[in-house]
Design a binder for this molecule. Structure first.
Ligand SMILES: [Zn+2]
Length: 102
């Protein structure tokens, strides 16, 4: 067992990368901050005002329409709020999340 020590190459490259302005890394993962919270709450209120406390269901998941007080706003396209939201119960939302995980 011999440990090989590689000198200079790694540390130098790293220092350069940091100094050329890579400090602020933009993470592209969706983050459900206050903006999302407000939007989903507003959407849910709108849904409840229009349809009542009802989960619209999804035949694709063998999940018929049913009354529910545990409604959440679900992204129509996961991770892309610009495509809008739908209101579903938490159970159905879990199905969507596990399905979209692939
Ligand atoms: Zn449901």
């Amino acid at each position: 067992m011999r440990s090989v020590v590689v000198k200079a190459v790694g540390p130098t490259a790293c220092a350069d990368a940091v100094q050329t302005g890579q400090g602020q890394r933009v993470v592209k993962r969706p983050q459900y901050g206050p903006a999302h919270q407000r939007t989903s709450a507003a959407l849910r209120a709108e849904h409840v005002a229009r349809y009542g406390w009802v989960c619209p269901g999804d035949p694709d998941y063998d999940h018929p329409l049913h009354p529910s007080h545990d409604l959440v706003a679900d992204h129509v396209v996961p991770g892309h709020p610009e495509h809008g939201y739908r209101i579903v119960c938490r159970t159905l939302n879990r199905w969507y999340m596990s399905a979209s995980r692939g």
